[in-house]
Design a protein around this ligand. Structure first.
Ligand SMILES: C[S@@+](CC[C@H](N)C(=O)[O-])C[C@H]1O[C@@H](n2cnc3c(N)ncnc32)[C@H](O)[C@@H]1O
Ligand code: SF4
Length: 438
């Protein structure tokens, strides 16, 4: 194993294992997915006081986290709370708005490449709070330049959105709405405390989105649950096909932060992924092998925030509790990630104090970039070079040599693609480029 780049010395125990043994050991380890770091302890040595600096960034995306939901799904890994009353919703927005305006005043020359609102369920807010929320997009556009591919997007559920909110979304300038569908099996939904309404309701919501001219609709589907059968996947796909969104996203269940959810083994998950992909492609969508996004409008199936984050290693600034930010030199999480109560977070005037900031060495930044690339099934060698500051093919000569020889990776025009063989253990493969923490 090459240690030309300054790779953590804790990698030494793995030198006794060959690369194939490492892959086989990690392929059944559910921690190796699109999440990184593997454990919150891994970055403790890089923790610093204060907020993450963005002084040297020319371009970045903005993300706003809305941590409220009408009910809490058992399988959900995100930071979320049961919807609080209107006063709390407005208090939350007061803080987000102040943080966002201060950030933009401090960074007037940055061009925004994306603007996503996610959660939680942004559409669960009451109408007055929701109007304030979506108007933040206009504040961002008025104060800073935006990129030519700017495609702002917002997350929604079918039972929390209505005609008035769709109208507000459109008026504010959002061009994409992402809806969660997950799985249509009624027992699954009940067991997971989830309700997405009837098919008639879902159709009605899509019709309203078309009426107001929302350009792109996305549906999120999930797989990998231990009791999820082939029939469930097919039934969910038929509903998706009838709704006919421009984008489809398939999420493999992650359980890093969950304790009471069982996940299928890696081969069964892999089989489910390939089944979903086959039917999605047959329905007329482009879906590259290894990617979790599909599109029937000749793009990569995501908002510009996610596009820059996944393919360009772009920087992003998150607002709201537990929101993640990434610059070229580190990562931070706002207050609220580690189960601090909502009440405690709201007592502060900013969500930027009391969180966690990490200034990371290049090999950790690289691992973060590669983990997120698990979503799109490919990564750019030029981005690896940029992050490491040295030639990645040289620094990781042995890994690239092994992975391409054994057809785990295919490299074409400076892009490394996951192969069909690789996809069943994509997390384990990508982890060969991680510094070891075990
Ligand atoms: C922020 S969440 C939810 C948006 C919206 N509240 C909803 O439920 O539709 C975005 C997506 O993450 C996915 N998701 C939630 N929990 C997950 C988990 N444990 N593993 C993988 N994906 C997950 C779901 O597909 C969900 O639609
Ligand atoms: S999946 Fe969506 S609705 Fe369910 S708890 Fe998570 S954020 Fe809330």
């Amino acid at each position: 194993m090459n240690i030309g780049v300054q790779i953590s010395t804790t990698i030494i125990p793995f030198m006794t294992m060959n690369l194939e043994q490492i892959i086989q050991k990690r392929r059944t380890d559910v921690r190796y997915n699109t999440s990184y770091p593997l454990s919150s302890q891994d970055w403790m040595r890089y923790r610093v006081d204060g907020t993450l600096p963005f002084e040297n960034e020319r371009e970045m995306s903005l993300y706003i986290h809305v941590p409220f939901c009408r009910s809490l799904c058992k399988f959900c890994e995100y930071v979320k709370y049961l919807l609080a009353d209107k006063t709390v919703q407005h208090r939350y927005l007061d803080i987000v708005e102040t943080d966002m305006i201060r950030f933009m005043e401090d960074h007037p020359c940055v061009t925004f490449t994306g603007f996503d609102i996610g959660g939680g369920t942004p559409t669960s807010l009451c109408h007055s709070a929701f109007q304030r929320l979506v108007s933040l997009l206009n504040i961002a556009k008025e104060k800073n330049q935006i990129s030519s591919d700017f495609l702002p997007s917002i997350e929604a559920t079918f039972l929390t959105i209505d005609e008035e909110k769709i109208h507000m979304i459109h008026e504010a300038g959002f061009r994409r709405i992402s809806f969660g569908l997950q799985n249509v099996n009624s027992t699954f939904l009940q067991n997971n405390h989830r309700n997405d309404g009837t098919f008639a309701r879902q159709q009605e919501v899509f019709k309203l989105c078309h009426k107001y001219g929302i350009e792109i609709l996305n549906l999120d589907l999930m797989y990998g649950f231990v009791d999820q059968r082939k029939d469930d996947l097919l039934a969910t796909l038929s509903v998706a096909q009838l709704l006919d969104p421009e984008h489809l996203t398939v999420y493999e269940l992650r359980t890093n932060m969950l304790h009471d959810i069982d996940i299928k083994g890696s081969s069964a998950r892999n089989a489910q992924y390939h089944l979903l992909r086959r039917y999605i492609k047959e329905a007329g969508y482009d879906m590259r092998l290894g990617a979790n996004t599909a599109s029937r409008i000749s793009d990569d199936g995501v908002s510009s925030y996610l596009h820059h984050r996944m393919t360009g290693n772009g920087s992003y600034k998150g607002f709201g509790i537990a929101a993640q930010s990434k610059s070229r030199i580190g990562l931070s999480y706002n207050i609220g990630k580690n189960c601090k109560s909502l009440k405690k977070c709201l007592e502060q005037d900013t969500f930027e104090q009391g969180g966690d900031t990490y200034l990371l060495p290049p090999h950790e930044m690289l691992a973060k970039y590669l983990a997120i690339c698990g979503y799109c099934g490919r990564f750019r060698l030029s981005k690896m070079n940029e992050i490491l500051g040295v030639d990645a093919m040289t620094a990781f000569h042995d890994e690239f040599d092994f992975l391409t020889k054994h057809k785990y990776l295919r490299i074409n025009n400076g892009i490394a693609y996951l192969t069909r063989k690789e996809f069943s253990c994509y997390g384990a493969i990508l982890s060969l480029f991680y510094p070891a923490h075990e």
